[in-house]
Ligand binder design. Structure first.
Ligand SMILES: *Cc1c(COP(=O)(O)O)cnc(C)c1O
Length: 813
């Protein structure tokens, strides 16, 4: 029994869980009969579970205060958590008690859990990574706190009108959340606007202060992050913006009471909504305010805790703290830490800079130029004048270092400067992050290598040792144990249940890969999962998926580089073959994902998919061979049903564009076989599972430039009959009878000789490899063997492995 366990009072047994459930239902929530809705039952259950979280949380905080030598803070503008109830029940080992207690109440656990809204505080992979990391840190008992923003509205809800995406607000907090605890005592003041003032202090030192600011309050809301069955609860602290009482006191005193109160909105706006852009910057002032708000509130929080114990002695601060920046979004933390240390705590610049460079670490997530954040100097100067001074000072000292290393190389100084000169000078956030950090990592081997040879080459020449790789991972608790309970049970009966925390243990399944009795059970589980997804597809799309068909799935944000378009061309090709009277392997194709509301081309791909689906699904000649849906409102909760039911996982990005991918890992873990390009973590998946169990196609990074120089999409279309027929079907309006010409931009993009996404170029290789996948699927034993080997080889893609690498090689905890 652990020392924590001895101090726990609330039991996990059926009797105590039932009694608490009744107590919360009747007394906390005030319901008097069982004639209440599932939603009200959810609240009573969540409170019952939360009580058990609370006692562990308190002990974890106490333990960390006494024992943690070094603490890590994960700063991220996004945490895509999904639902909390089921995850907490799993991690606290409450599943059996909860199921039975609810049954006695006349409720089914599945009905109650489905009432919970997703916490959709993120766009896609980057936000979900942060959530998986939080789970792994707690499960590995590491002292890691997450800092983020408590958006009132999370990722928008997606529906369709005439095949076009419609966005609706996601007011996930409307009915409150049982998982957040407001901590008003820890409220911070965040400064905006005003100006810098320079003065000499009593010791005769030159000092600066930021005056005449308009302050916004940052109020923390803590969410518990439970570890897997280890009684550890870490904290995710999310900041909400609120107006100060002094806000516009002048207006107030002038009798403009209503105007003064209305002004509160501008403060509270900061945390109103998540920006729905994935892999592209918004450039909006409000977004910059969100970024600084998070950086400032979080750093003040850490420094307040420190100075309470240590006063202004920062001599051991660096060795006991580390800040991990999830992309450049929280990078103003570099300048803000300098400001707090120098202006507020009277540290000398050099000492403060040493602390900053020893505590900040930066994770890069993309090579796409449109995603590299730049903020205009004018905007930063207006909104955060003191921060701009500090960025200039950091830059000028840095450029001296560059000049010393490469005397006279002014071009290199210009290239490496934090400030990009031009009509409108900009601050390059990635450069600020690299210069202020001791570690810079990419998220898959290929991506990290491309960073050092391309985008950040100059910085790699200067500081080669700063750069490293940490291949992403996903948590096996949510993405296997929770979402695929039947497969988990089957695996437990064969190899035990150690894999939940030691995913490499799945390798023990390899010896069952050829065992026909085990294969039959494996196939039956997949079939049951396909039935579950088919029911969901029928409910959401009104289309019947036959679980005997191959389930071919691509779910992820809609983006040209992810090439949903290539997938749609393949669907049209299959349709064309059926119409021509050819035999094809029966397939159900599911595509899902949200397009950024301002990304017209991505939205047009959704429209095309919906139109193709409509034509395919309504043709009786095709019905026994092919079904297509665009699955609406793809989110964490849908992926939990989709990935266990998938046979073929589509990971078909243009080589060199997908930094890592994590969807690919969830599918692999659940026994899907990948059809994919040589890109991101696909390469490491291929390495792990072997080429017999992976359908590789397409140009590699190094081949693209040369191929483009010698090949024009229009020539390819002319010589490839299959491609020509597909393009003709779109061009002739077969999928746009009532809206002639709507897909014109798509045709133009495919035919563009400079198409950056290489859609026409990879078509032939993709179609041929799809045919190989179809043949492999027809050989049931071969496919099942491959499926088992995929799960068995997925150990490397646990976020526990990733976090161990961060902990050992970056954080030193
Ligand atoms: C895993 C996940 C992603 C990331 O998918 P990729 O295929 O790696 O882009 C995006 N959204 C959700 C909801 C996810 O669960």
């Amino acid at each position: 029994m652990s020392s924590t366990e001895k101090k726990l009072v609330l039991g996990n047994n059926l009797k105590q869980v039932t009694s608490d459930l009744h107590r919360h239902f009747n007394f906390t929530l005030g319901h008097f009969d069982t004639d209440e809705t599932d939603g009200e039952m959810l609240n009573a259950l969540a409170l019952t579970v939360r009580d058990r979280v609370m006692e562990r949380w308190r002990l974890s905080i106490e333990d960390e205060k006494n024992n943690a030598k070094k603490k890590v803070f994960y700063l991220s503008l996004e945490f895509l958590l999904g639902r909390s109830l089921t995850n907490t029940v799993l991690n606290l080992d409450l599943d059996e008690a909860v199921r039975t207690a609810l049954k006695d109440f006349g409720c089914a656990y599945e009905d109650i859990e489905s009432e919970e809204k997703d916490a959709g505080l993120g766009n896609g992979g980057l936000g979900r990574l942060a959530a998986c990391f939080m789970d792994s840190c707690a499960s590995l008992n590491l002292p890691v706190t997450g800092y983020g923003i408590r958006y009132e509205y999370g990722m928008f809800h997606q529906s369709f009108d005439e095949g076009y995406q419609i966005e609706q607000p996601d007011h996930w907090l409307r009915d409150g959340s049982p998982w957040e605890i407001e901590r008003p005592k820890d409220t911070k003041h965040v400064k905006f606007y005003g100006h810098s003032e320079f003065y000499t202090n009593e010791q005769g030192e030159q000092c600066a202060r930021w005056c005449n600011t308009q302050d916004v309050l940052a109020v923390p809301y803590d969410m518990p992050i439970p570890g897997y069955r280890n009684d550890k609860i870490n904290t995710l602290r999310l900041w909400k913006a609120a107006a100060t009482d002094e806000f516009n006191l002048a207006d107030f005193n002038a009798g403009d009471y209503s105007d003064a109160v209305a002004q509160k909105n501008t403060a509270e706006q900061i945390t109103m909504v998540l920006y729905p852009n994935d892999s592209s910057e918004s450039g909006k002032e409000l977004r910059l305010r969100q970024q600084y708000f998070l950086a400032s509130a979080s750093l003040q929080d850490v420094l307040d805790t420190w100075t309470k114990e240590n006063k202004k002695d920062f001599s051991t601060f660096a060795e006991s703290h580390c800040f991990q920046l999830n992309d450049t979004h929280p990078t103003l933390a570099v300048a803000e830490l300098m400001r707090l240390l120098v202006d507020d705590y009277n540290q000398q610049w050099d000492e403060a800079w040493a602390i900053t460079c020893q505590t900040m670490a930066y994770t890069n997530h993309t090579l796409l130029p449109e995603a590299l954040e730049k903020w205009s100097v004018r905007l930063i100067g207006q909104l955060l004048p003191r921060i701009l001074d500090i960025i200039y000072e950091i830059n000028s000292r840095f450029l001296q270092e560059v000049a010393q290393k490469w005397p006279g190389d002014v071009d290199r100084q210009r290239r490496m400067s934090i400030i990009e000169e031009g009509d409108e000078p900009h601050v390059r956030m990635a450069y600020l992050a690299i210069i202020g950090s001791f570690s810079v990592n990419g998220v898959a081997a290929l991506h990290s290598q491309l960073l050092t040879t391309g985008l950040f080459k100059d910085f790699h020449d200067l500081w080669p040792k700063k750069f490293n790789n940490k291949t992403n991972g996903v948590t096996p608790r949510r993405w296997l144990a929770h979402c695929n309970k039947e497969l988990s049970q089957l695996m437990n009966s064969a190899i035990g249940d150690k894999w939940v925390c030691h995913l490499d243990d799945l390798a023990k399944l390899k010896k069952y890969a050829g065992d026909t009795a085990f294969q039959d059970k494996w196939r039956q589980v997949k079939y049951n999962n396909k039935v579950r997804l088919a029911n969901l597809v029928n409910q959401k799309c009104g289309v019947n998926f036959d679980p005997q068909f191959m389930f071919d799935v691509q779910v992820k944000r809609i983006h040209e580089y992810k090439r949903q378009l290539l997938n749609v061309l393949h669907i049209i090709h299959l349709y064309d073959r059926v119409i021509r009277g050819e035999e094809i392997l029966p397939r159900c194709v599911l595509i899902g994902g949200k397009a950024a509301p301002g990304y017209a081309f991505a939205k047009l791909i959704i429209k095309l998919t919906n139109n193709v689906a409509k034509v395919v699904n309504s043709d009786p000649k095709v019905a026994s061979k092919l079904k297509v849906v665009f699955f609406p409102n793809y989110r964490v909760t849908s992926m939990e049903v989709i990935c266990p039911a998938t046979d073929l996982s589509e990971q078909i990005s243009t080589a060199g564009k997908e930094a890592s991918g994590t969807g690919n890992m969830k599918f692999m873990m659940n026994g899907a076989i990948t059809i994919g390009t040589y890109d991101g973590a696909n390469i490491e998946i291929l390495d792990a599972v072997g080429e017999d169990n992976f359908f590789l196609f397409g140009l590699k990074v190094g081949e693209i430039a040369q191929y483009r120089a010698y090949n024009n999409p229009n020539d390819l279309i002319a010589v490839d009959e299959d491609l020509r027929r597909v393009i003709n079907l779109i061009e002739c309006g077969h999928f746009s009878m009532f809206e002639p010409g709507v897909f014109e931009p798509i045709i133009r993009s495919i035919r563009n000789p400079n198409d950056p996404w290489m859609v026409a170029a990879d078509f032939r290789s993709y179609i041929d490899t799809q045919e190989l996948a179809a043949q492999a699927y027809a050989d049931t034993n071969r496919w099942t063997r491959s499926s088992i080997l995929n799960t068995a080889s997925s150990g490397h893609f646990s976020s526990d492995r990733t976090i161990r690498e961060y902990a050992n090689q970056i954080w030193s905890i």
